[in-house]
Design a protein around this ligand. Structure first.
Ligand code: 3EB
Length: 326
């Protein structure tokens, strides 16, 4: 794998680093604003709970150009592209249709720029757990996303790390990081791949990889870890038990990190360190102090942000995504 030239360093590519920050500059490829501190950042539409990180800057080593085109907001630097597509969502339109519309436009845009490889995706929508069984809004979204990706020729090897979270803000938002070459996807040995979940979780399984590594020009890796929850195999474990869910998430993250370190032959990726960030989505705001304290014990050096959001399975209380460099 490491010797496959497709996956070698992006010698002509830009270097991407992720860090907390208070201002957008000309080298910000993406700037997530969690606490209304940036003038022109990406809003995720979720209440800020706290943490050491009010905004997350995805910085590159050259000037970013930007614009809006056919409903897609774009920012580009060299071989990397950050896209967002958002639409008002008052619940009257089937999320399957919205996912189709959004992913169609995003993929078309990325292809026109000749940066067709998906590297990271975030999906935020209102009332994600509303609806019974296969009518649940998240499951409808998964159906539209899976169909659109498949019809566009994005199959399992081309999926990327992902996040899908619900809120109260009446907007559906999709953010995509894309590039010229595929990232390297890593799955978690403790978990069934999400794209292989059995039928009981919905008509189409969720289209994401557990983590995507982006090879950097200097030969290091930026590891982007999907929203990680208390799922073992394909099942939710510790329903209703916040502390046990946090312990399970920590085991899942540590397992994914050691798998990544081994697969990529980069021992530095075996644990979070300098250049790492954590983002926690917490269903009940009252649970935030326990989540924050757990993460502070597990990884005292790593900046964290807490957001109030609904996890896409109704029985999950918390989900944690991360970035790790090494
Ligand atoms: C899980 O492990 C939790 O649908 O894009 C995590 C990350 C989850 C991304 C998505 C869903 C998604 O199945 C849910």
């Amino acid at each position: 794998m490491a010797s496959d030239p497709r996956y070698g360093p992006r010698l002509d590519g830009v270097t991407l680093t992720v860090r907390p920050g208070l201002t957008i500059d000309t080298q910000s490829l993406a700037a997530f604003d969690f606490n209304a501190i940036l003038t022109d950042g990406c809003q995720v539409g979720l209440p800020f709970l706290g943490g050491s990180l009010g905004a997350e800057l995805w910085q590159v080593d050259r000037e970013v150009s930007c614009g809006v085109d056919d409903e897609v907001s774009w920012r580009q630097a060299g071989d990397l592209l950050f896209l967002s597509w958002q639409v008002p969502d008052d619940g009257s339109v089937d999320p399957c249709r919205l996912a189709e519309a959004g992913y169609t436009r995003l993929l078309e845009f990325a292809r026109r720029r000749q940066l067709p490889c998906l590297l990271r995706a975030w999906n935020f929508m209102p009332d994600i757990n509303l609806g019974q069984g296969d009518e649940e809004r998240y499951r409808r979204f998964c159906l539209g996303r899976a169909r659109t990706l498949e019809d566009s020729g994005v199959h399992v090897p081309e999926l990327c790390a992902g996040t899908a979270i619900g809120g109260r803000d009446p907007m559906l938002r999709i953010f995509i990081l894309a590039g010229s070459r595929p990232g390297i996807n890593i799955e978690n040995p403790r978990q069934v791949s999400a794209y292989r979940y059995p039928r009981i979780y919905g008509p189409r399984s969720p289209s994401f990889a557990r983590a995507t590594a982006l090879p950097q020009p200097d030969g290091s890796m930026l590891l982007m870890i999907s929203g990680t929850a208390s799922v073992v195999g394909h099942r939710t474990v510790h329903e209703g038990d916040l502390v046990a869910q946090l312990d399970e998430i920590e085991r899942n993250l540590r397992s994914l990190l050691s798998e990544s370190a081994a697969r990529l032959a980069r021992p530095q990726l075996a644990d979070f360190g300098p250049g790492s960030l954590l983002r926690a989505y917490v269903r009940h705001a009252a649970d935030w102090p326990a989540v924050r304290d757990h993460l502070a014990r597990a990884w005292p050096e790593v900046p964290v942000v807490g957001l109030e959001g609904d996890i896409c399975r109704a029985d999950l209380l918390v989900e944690i995504e991360a970035v790790c460099a090494g």
